[in-house]
Design a protein around this ligand. Structure first.
Ligand SMILES: [Zn+2]
Ligand SMILES: [Zn+2]
Ligand SMILES: [Zn+2]
Ligand SMILES: [Zn+2]
Length: 375
């Protein structure tokens, strides 16, 4: 019995050995194994600084390399030698123009080997790429200003950020640039602001300003509001102030910052709105669409001239244009809004039937253009 068991075990062993042997690397010595080629390792090309390697298989079991046909090959034979022309171009570097104090540099590529290449990837050098200093290429910034007044010139001063170049540009005297004191007298030229007397005023709750409450005892049809009343600024036109009057024109000074919703209700005779400062006008808080007297008057006059265009210059320094600012203004034909304006209210140009172009400078989106209701 015991002998028979041994024979069976031996037979089993030989079957195992045989099957193992059939699967082993063909014709190899004892200790050999089945190569595991795995995926073909793709060729890594050589560059100007690093060696490459041909496509190959690698058996991790025995550490043997094989070529694409799965023939044994040494690692050394797979190596591709450094190719001095095979540059790896780093990211494209945009041209940096020269300034009045610094050289510039043409657009280029750079390679890890230290070489420089022009836009067409032709080899060049830093010296060749360098753009010489351009004495006139200042970077001008606005460094100071004084406004012109009704009697004196103003100026703008500009300077270069990089060198000591600077220049002053004069601003002509502006005969309308008065500045009124609390007696409505210009502090520069002493001229008096002639305004409509006998209007009705009301002190604002903070006791530091007035608003126009009504036409009072005045019979004028062309009303000119004062800057100051009893020494305090007139900052608003109140509800129903001129409602149902035969008002033909209204002159609104810069001191006014808000107009209530029904201030000009049913003022159907109104044909002109007169202002002295477009920036101040842009800043008025209208209590609604019809609060703006342009809804009835249609014609806006700046220093007695019809406003047919709004230029970037006129809006210099303006940051906000409030809701309804030019709504109903049919005298307006074009508007250019400078990039100093960062906030544009709703329906700013609604019913501006003569307006054919509104140019928005940088920083304003097409969404903004839609918002201002350009027709
Ligand atoms: Zn192997
Ligand atoms: Zn290179
Ligand atoms: Zn300069
Ligand atoms: Zn003056």
């Amino acid at each position: 019995m015991k002998k028979k068991l041994v024979i069976v075990l031996l037979a089993l062993l030989s079957v195992v050995c045989l099957s193992f042997g059939l699967a082993a690397c063909g014709g190899e010595e004892e200790g050999s194994h089945t190569h595991e080629y795995g995926e073909l390792v793709k060729e890594v090309p050589a560059t100007c600084t690093t060696k490459g390697m041909q496509a190959h298989y690698y058996c991790a079991g025995c550490g043997q390399y094989f070529n694409e046909d799965k023939e044994e090959i040494s690692e050394a034979d797979l190596i591709i030698q450094i190719d001095s022309t095979a540059h790896t171009y780093d990211e494209y570097v945009n041209e940096v123009p020269a300034t009045c104090s610094k050289t510039g540099m043409q657009a280029y590529y750079h390679c890890a080997c230290g070489k420089y290449f022009d836009e067409d990837k032709k080899e060049t050098s830093i010296e060749m790429l360098t753009i010489p200093i351009d004495k006139n290429a200042h970077n001008i910034i606005h460094i100071g200003a004084k406004s012109a007044t009704c009697i004196s010139k103003g100026w703008n001063e500009y300077a270069c950020e990089f060198c000591d170049y600077s220049t002053i540009v004069e601003i002509e005297i502006d005969p309308y640039a008065h500045s009124y004191n609390s007696n409505n007298i210009c502090i520069y030229c002493n001229s008096a602001w002639s305004y409509t007397k006998n209007l009705q005023y009301e002190l604002n709750p903070n006791n530091s300003s007035y608003y126009v409450k009504g036409i009072g005892l005045s019979t004028d049809e062309n009303i000119i509001l004062p800057y100051y009343y009893e020494g305090l600024p007139v900052i608003a036109i109140g509800d129903s102030a001129f409602k149902d009057t035969s008002l033909k024109s209204i002159t609104i000074p810069e001191s006014v910052t808000s107009i209530d919703s029904s201030a000009f209700e049913d003022c159907t005779s109104l044909t002109g709105v007169y202002i002295t400062d477009i920036a101040a006008w842009c800043n008025i808080e209208f209590g609604g669409y019809t609060a703006n007297p342009l809804y009835y008057a249609h014609n806006l006059y700046l220093n007695n001239k019809p406003v047919t265009e709004i230029t970037a210059d006129m809006l210099q320094g303006v940051t906000k244009i409030k809701d309804y600012a030019f709504s109903g203004c049919t005298s307006l034909e074009s508007a250019t809004i400078p990039d100093s304006v960062t906030s544009i209210g709703r329906v700013v140009f609604n019913e501006c039937t003569s307006l054919t172009s509104v140019e928005l400078k940088n920083g304003q989106s097409p969404k903004t253009a839609a918002k201002i209701n350009v027709q």
